[in-house]
Design a protein. Structure first.
Length: 214
């Protein structure tokens, strides 16, 4: 995270260039959101109680270790998408043979067409970048195309006492209630939160919800 917000990349090309640049220029633990164990996400995925063969997608996965931990838990239909090819290559290299069945795809969550559906959609620290209503509408359309009826949604954003920018970009902070309201057609199953400790020792408040599509 930087102190000064940079101009928002608000086209698909600009977004890709921005996020590819971030991952190209930084070390794995050089980004504020890095965590070796994604405890908040894993707790909500665990609470979703999926069978091990049900498909899970992590959107805006970056080089998160979520898929590594899901492989360890025995899930074997895993997909992750991100705008940054570099971030996904880092995941591919890190996982080695353990990741041979994981689908990693460069794609924009605001225009996502995977050609299949999933039982769980996970997003940590992506939705909060959508400061424009039309971006949130596009995200919802991707979610509705991609998540099965009855499927689970796990979303984590900065909380009301969290930072006002992330990776140099403005974000929207959410309470649990505000976050749950973003997803019409979903029922709230559970809430969680954490004070994420960045690699340089500061804390960032996260809000997270587990929801189920009706
Ligand atoms: C703050 S990072 C969070 C990464 C990861 N979810 C985690 O918790 O470690 C945001 C990630 O979302 C990706 N991203 C941002 N906008 C995106 C979009 N429109 N479509 C897909 N990925 C996007 C970025 O490349 C970056 O990897």
């Amino acid at each position: 995270m930087t102190d000064h917000a940079t101009p928002r990349p608000d086209t698909p090309t600009a977004r890709t260039a921005y996020w590819e640049g971030i991952h190209h220029d930084k070390d794995i633990d050089g980004v504020s959101w890095w965590q070796s164990v994604p405890g908040l996400s894993l707790s909500l995925v665990d609470r979703a109680g999926l069978a091990r063969d049900e498909p899970i997608i992590d959107v805006g996965a970056g080089w998160s270790t979520l898929v590594d931990h899901l492989v360890e838990r025995g899930y074997h239909d895993l997909s992750a998408i991100d705008l940054s090819a570099t971030a996904l290559q880092t995941v591919r290299d890190r996982l080695g043979p353990a990741g041979k069945d994981i689908t990693l795809t460069v794609a924009d969550v605001l225009d996502l067409h995977t050609g299949r559906t999933y039982a769980l959609w996970h997003d940590r620290a992506v939705y909060h970048f959508l400061t424009e209503p039309e971006e949130r509408t596009d995200y919802l359309a991707s979610l509705q195309r991609t998540l099965r009826p009855g499927g689970r949604l796990v979303v984590a954003t900065f909380g009301p006492d969290g930072p006002t920018t992330c990776s140099g970009l403005p974000i929207i902070r959410y309470t649990h209630t505000e976050l749950a309201r973003q997803f019409p057609g979903f029922r709230l199953v559970d809430t969680a939160g954490e004070d994420h400790v960045t690699p340089w020792g500061t804390t960032q408040q996260f809000t997270a919800v587990l929801m189920q599509r009706r």
